[in-house]
Write a protein that binds this ligand. Structure first.
Ligand SMILES: Nc1ncnc2c1ncn2[C@@H]1O[C@H](COP(=O)(O)OP(=O)(O)OP(=O)(O)O)[C@@H](O)[C@H]1O
Ligand SMILES: [Mg+2]
Length: 358
């Protein structure tokens, strides 16, 4: 078991003028795959380095209930993989052996560990090759092996696949996933690529400007983004955002109105202005006028792949734009369409903070 807990963790590189991390509270309860996801500069690497013990911070970090403040990096049971692979100018075999060369192990046991990691990562065919002369994907696989062989409880991976070509990236993703499943460790994976976070992790922390906006399962983040930013950042395309006003018991969007969904009646009764979010996948779009459907104009259609299309829609007086995703076999660009907003999929956010109101 390895529980990683952060309590009110903040970090500034300039003596408190600006903060790279702000008041992070986050608990990874048990072994599993976790991602830190967010745009460049949001604090992902900073958070990883604090867990590793490489940076000063305020607040507290606990591993299995033990405060890590005075615990040096070598006693933390962590291993780290960086964006650019660190390998030594020696064979792949020797590279894998290097991190455990000083451990008090029988030489057969050391050899067994190297063979085990090599087999999981499919490095057997290149065990004798000079590691520094390999291509980037193989070098990163070796770096991964070097991190895993130490049997640390917590593996920190900082965008390890960014510099690797797309096809090999998929293979390495699968290997990383398999290793975690076999070794039952805590994997904390940093990425700014949502598809990587989605395929690799069970729970995702979405970060922006030094804060963790939401730490949850991918399903919950998709269905119930805690912030507009999260809804927009996760999804392709992201969540639609519309500015609304409460008017005569309805939600008013200037050139159309919608009934207030029951969950939000109380909030909208008390707030005149709000933001509405709805996923592009959640609309029903018809070529014919129907009850409760709102008229839109289809400006453009893009193929999204796998039979799906993205419709670019604008409302009657062009006051609102939407994207809708679906198969939409009958919809033509340049035509009038009718759009249903399912009440159960509408999410309302505070206009100032962008935070969910539920
Ligand atoms: N050594 C440093 N000195 C000063 N400021 C730093 C330092 N490292 C990071 N920062 C700043 O702290 C903030 C967070 O940086 P961090 O590297 O943690 O972001 P990141 O999410 O890992 O970004 P990226 O996706 O680009 O790697 C940024 O504003 C960055 O400019
Ligand atoms: Mg970084």
């Amino acid at each position: 078991m390895a529980r990683v807990e952060m309590k009110d963790v903040s970090c500034s590189y300039d003596g408190g003028m600006t903060y790279a991390l702000r008041n992070v509270d986050m608990t990874m309860e048990q072994e599993g795959r976790y991602s830190l996801l967010g745009p460049s500069g949001c604090g992902k690497t900073t958070l990883l380095k604090i867990i590793a013990g490489l940076l000063e911070y305020t607040g507290d970090v606990y591993f299995d209930g033990q405060n890590m403040r005075e615990v040096p990096i070598e006693d933390r049971s962590i291993a780290m993989v960086f964006q650019s692979p660190v390998v030594y100018p020696m064979s792949v075999y020797e590279n894998l052996l290097f991190p455990i060369r000083r451990e008090k192990l029988a030489s057969q046991e050391r050899e067994r560990r190297v063979r085990e990691i090599s087999s999981i990562l499919e490095l057997d065919p290149i065990l004798d090759a000079p590691a520094h002369k390999l291509g980037p994907a193989d070098r990163q696989t070796v770096a991964l092996g070097r991190a895993l062989i130490k049997e640390a409880k917590i593996i920190l991976l900082d965008e390890p696949l960014t510099s690797i070509e797309a096809e090999k990236r998929l293979v390495l993703r699968t290997k990383i996933k398999r290793i975690q499943e076999e070794q039952h460790k805590v994997f904390i994976y940093v990425t700014h690529d949502q598809s990587e976070a989605l395929t690799l992790s069970d729970r995702i922390a979405v970060m922006n400007e030094g804060r963790i906006l939401q730490f949850d399962t991918k399903e919950h983040i998709y269905e119930h983004p805690a912030y507009l930013f999260v809804g927009y950042f996760m999804g392709s395309p992201g969540m639609n955002m519309l500015e609304g006003k409460a008017k005569k018991g309805m939600m008013d969007f200037v050139d159309f109105t919608l009934p207030v969904p029951p969950d939000y009646e109380e909030y909208i009764g008390r707030h005149e202005e709000f933001e509405m979010g709805i996923r592009p996948e959640n609309f029903t779009v018809s070529t014919r006028k129907k009850r409760d459907f709102i008229p839109f104009y289809c400006m453009d259609i893009q193929e999204k792949g796998e039979g799906l299309r993205i419709l670019y829609l604008t409302s009657k007086e062009k006051r609102n734009e939407l994207k809708a995703v679906g198969t939409f076999p009958d919809i033509k660009s340049g035509s009038e369409v009718w759009v249903l907003f399912p009440a159960g999929k509408i999410r309302i956010y505070d206009k100032e903070s962008g935070k969910t109101v539920l």
